[in-house]
Design a protein around this ligand. Sequence first.
Ligand SMILES: [Zn+2]
Ligand SMILES: [Zn+2]
Length: 911
Amino acid sequence: MQAKPTGAAIRQDFIDFFVEHGHTFVPSSSLVPGGDSTLLFTNAGMVQFKDVFLGTDVRPYTRAVDSQKCLRVSGKHNDLDQVGRDNTHHTFFEMLGNWSFGDYYKKEAITWAWQLLTEVWKLPKDRIWATYFKDELDQIPEDLEAADIWLTQPGFDPNHLLPFGRKDNFWEMADTGPCGPDTEIHYDRGPEFCNMQGVPGHICGVNGDCERFLEIWNNVFIQYNRLSPTELVPLEKKHVDTGMGFERIVSILQDVPSNYKTDLFMPLIRRVQGLTGQSDAEREANLTPYRVIADHARATAFLIADGVVPGNIGRNYVCRMLVRRAARFGMKLDLHKPFMAEVAQVVIDEYGDFYPELKKNAPAILDNLTREEKQFQKTVNTGLEYLNELLADLKKSEQGVLDGALAFDLYATHGLPLEITRDIAQEQGLDVDTQGFQEAMEAHRLASGAGKEFGDMGGGDVEIYAQLVESLTASGKLDAKGVLYNPYKSVEGPGEVLALIREGQPVTAAAVGDPVEVLLPRTDFYVESGGQVSDTGQIVSANGKEWTIRVNGMRKPAAGVIVHLGEVVRGQPQVGDLAKAQVDTERRKAIMRNHTATHLLHAALHEVLGDHARQAGSLVAPDRLRFDFNHPQPMTREEILDVEARVNQAILANYPLHIVEKSLQEAIDEGAMALFGEKYGAEVRTITIGDEEVYSYELCGGTHVDETGDIGLFLITYEGSIAAGVRRIEAVTGWQAYELARERMNILDQTNHFLGTSPAETLPRVKSLTESLSAADKEIEKLRTQLVAGAFDEQLDSTEEIEGVPVLRIVLPNADMEALREMADKFRQKYPSGVALLASDLDGKPILLAVVTDDLVKRGLHAGNLVKQVAQVVGGGGGGRPTLAQAGGKDASKLAVALDQVPVYIKTNLK
Ligand SMILES: [Zn+2]
Ligand SMILES: [Zn+2]
């Protein structure tokens, strides 16, 4: 018998096949979509090529092949509930794809698919079925082109070609935009795979409801642009976008009945079995927990490798939820100690060759998993007990849905993510109000001051710019690649003003005060990317026409288009004028100092904290730099100073910077730090700092100083937390650092002058001054209490008789509530039966305390009601127990009048 191919070999077969057919292999992009704020996680192969289809990005290749890491745990594509309970659903999965960007089309795509399946992988032809698009509404043309191509494939059974409508065979990116028909390839696993045998009326079929036919590959033909629900226009450039579920094709080629029985999962499941010590039969009887743990171990290992550690909101919450959900399923297998790192180690071993980020970040993966499990274990038992009580109550009251706010409380207080609460509720035939949970979480997040997480996509004016570029390239005024962009080297010579855009419309001229976008054939203004802000400067007439446009920013509205955002400050610029663009060089130099400093900072953080301290975001502005990185706890003062010192040492070493362009693969093989969330083309720019000894090596498109000495000085101004597991450092360099140091020295100088000390004496002197001040404060407090007590002792006898009851009502100057309570005790000791209302004017605010002895409570008096009635006069309120109650107020000047309410209250209420 022929040995089964491994999953790794199958993945490689796919890539090799398409590389042989002229495709460029593109590594998987991060699970965190770069530059797409609408998406929580990369959920399809499409994500990293979306901008190419939208026309806002161009790539150096027109055919690509990839194996994309995907995660589906939230939003529309959410399979979490099924994960572990059936054979085919996963949170994390791999999507194999081949891509044509305006290159080949249906004929090649279908022919190659057939060849790969039947010739390379030798799948029996009579098991393969194909579907094509036929509009049930009869509005979009039937895809007879695809149908005909299928019928010409050698050995394809014409009876295996089936038409389907919009739901199955028409693909749309969104309500508008690129779209087109698709053809799906299904594989018939045979009647024994039907899991609905015996269900009356069931017939196995393609797109049916049993597990006999598996969809393995979808080929999408993007040929239209949807302008509105009824309007489709053909695209000039047609594209192919395909997706093959990797786990499914492996299950077919390895001839196993479940994705979980492939070598993609079995090593993980066996590791779990090693930990539980169960037999194979016991394992099969407990399949769900094994599958969930294997699935979640893959998902979390890949997430942490891409910089997403367990935390409280957004992506970090998902990572936390997956670890905890796996831990909870582990409890069903009697695993009560952290075990996920053990399983994740198998993920790293099995997948690390193809996805080197796993090996590179192995310590971070293992540490984060174990730490998260330990944290979960602290609260899980009380959480589960509480949940079971809630569910029992729910059943008693014959309700079926747990309140969302209670579910959120279970998470906030006991660390039980919604998904676990829901798992458990569903196991008992109940459900959870998910919407209510989300609302409570959102309210909590807003209350805690966190901002909104996802913004809009924007960019509605792509059309105008695309047209502009089309006509300008046609007339030869603009290079075929679009605006020539070189922010690294100053552009020589003037260029023609190709277009002026005002309020979204092209205009031929502009006047002083007009906001305009200026299109030039080339620019050396940096356009915001990778955290570095855009350049500013000015554009002036280069042929004596005396006009100036102040440039405040830059924008890239469509592929190949870069515009200067500005305002006319002098004269009347016109389209066709010769112009010279000048970057504000001082500002640019400050930006470059800060950018190079972030690279040094990144390297120093790795040295001091470890390799897990990876960049999670940055801002490089002229006046400061901001750097976010993964680290589980606050940095100590020593660590911060150590990092700062190392960066300054690197500055003083005056390392030269070497900037080289090379292929992405080469750079990563050499160990360059690639930043998650960034998009990289096939060619990347690498920045090496150092000579024989390399201090830092990163991929980066930003602008940098020539030598580190140019940075001058580096000072950290802030270190804090921005999310669970993510820290932020802010720092200044160059002139800003000098100004900061100068300002702090001035403050110190003035302080010393004032104290009459030298710098060495300042701190001890300030400390001793503070100490004597607080000692003096305590003394004053003591004296005040004594004074008040003295005054009270004198007045303790001055009770009056009201309705035969001794009543004391007095205002004590400067007594706090503590003092009033002491007074109340004294009153009770002296008068076994009586009423007291003690008031004080404490720094202009009235405070009140009422005392009623027990015997008088029985006769209808209540200290709370009494104090409330009195406090109303001073504009306040309060309350308390029947024997003792306190109140506050606003107007201390009315205290004397307020006390007149005491006899009124007693006369009214005493029985
Ligand atoms: Zn069936
Ligand atoms: Zn950089």
